[in-house]
Ligand binder design. Structure first.
Ligand code: SF4
Ligand code: SF4
Length: 105
């Protein structure tokens, strides 16, 4: 499972670059489909989710995530899985995008 850091702080699931979702979906153009725009009154939810996940006895590493990817043109794609160990999502003008995407030859 990739270790994920996300730099889109407008997402409801982002807490200080941690993604609080256990798994994320990535589109065929490498955008995060699990993004949900943060509302003002939700500002503390990601923090609670992250702290709760950190406290769970079976929590080994809260930055390890299942990544279900549809970008089959990416060099790191393997049957809906991502083979990268350290994945990064950045905020782009049209949404959060996986910056580890590399087009296959
Ligand atoms: S944009 Fe995606 S990777 Fe980033 S915090 Fe939201 S769900 Fe997680
Ligand atoms: S690196 Fe490639 S395979 Fe992994 S999530 Fe990003 S686009 Fe998908």
């Amino acid at each position: 499972m990739p270790n994920l850091k996300c730099h889109d702080h407008t997402c409801d699931h982002n807490y200080c670059t941690h993604c609080t979702k256990r798994g994320i979906q990535v589109s065929n153009t490498a955008y995060c489909r699990s993004y949900e725009k943060r509302r003002e009154d939700d500002s503390k939810i990601a923090q609670w989710e992250f702290e709760f996940a950190s406290d769970m006895p079976f929590s080994l590493n809260t930055d390890e995530h299942e990544v279900f990817c549809n970008a089959d043109t990416c060099r790191h794609y393997d049957n809906m899985k991502c083979t990268v160990h350290h994945l990064r999502v950045d905020k782009k003008s049209v949404g959060p995008k996986c910056i580890n995407y590399i087009k296959k030859y």
